[in-house]
Design a protein around this ligand. Structure first.
Ligand SMILES: [Zn+2]
Ligand SMILES: [Zn+2]
Length: 183
């Protein structure tokens, strides 16, 4: 069982500054926020899903971010998980493939750069919509594969016919060329 680092100050995986623990009463969780650096947010395992829909309250966060300037960071850089030290993996956080999040496959932690959470939340209204899009995406991908298979099958059938014609015609051509059929 992973320990919940409730009191431990962690360093921002993007800019190295100490992150600040902020309590969110609606969700009942503490988030680590890079308030004195880049504005990035670190979510422990499964915390992000409590914040990723537009109806979930993030007022405390918006208040903290109000009129604040944050340090720009290179979002393409590899990040190291501040909790367990694994290299975080970049992937699109949803089927829409618009926002790349850093995820730690060691502890399940996720890091979102400044303003990414708001963009992430704007994608879907409910968890159901998000899940539906994943299914639709899978279906679309599977559909492409199926179409390719259909095409390949058609091509093969065409070739098969061509091949069949060649096989049938060749001996006949040959036969006609043979002396005994010399017209
Ligand atoms: Zn930072
Ligand atoms: Zn980790």
């Amino acid at each position: 069982m992973a320990t919940d680092n409730v009191d431990e100050i962690i360093q921002c995986p993007a800019c190295g500054k100490d992150m600040v623990k902020v309590y969110f009463p609606q969700q009942g969780v503490n988030l680590d926020i890079c308030l004195n650096g880049c504005g990035g947010i670190y979510f422990d395992n499964r915390e992000l899903e409590k914040f990723d829909e537009s109806h979930e309250d993030i007022t405390p966060l918006q208040k903290l971010f109000e009129n604040k300037e944050f340090k720009k960071v290179d979002t393409s850089e590899k990040r190291i998980c501040p909790v367990c030290g694994w290299t975080m993996v970049k992937h699109f956080g949803s089927a829409k493939k618009e926002i790349e999040i850093d995820e730690c496959y060691g502890c399940g932690g996720k890091f979102l750069d400044y303003s990414e959470l708001e963009k992430f939340r704007a994608q879907y209204n409910t968890e159901e919509e998000r899940a539906k899009d994943v299914i639709k995406n899978l279906y679309d991908t599977a559909g492409i594969v199926l179409n390719l298979q259909d095409e390949e099958y058609e091509q093969r059938m065409k070739h098969k016919n061509l091949y069949a014609n060649l096989v049938i015609n060749k001996p006949i051509n040959k036969l006609f060329k043979q002396d005994k059929y010399n017209f």
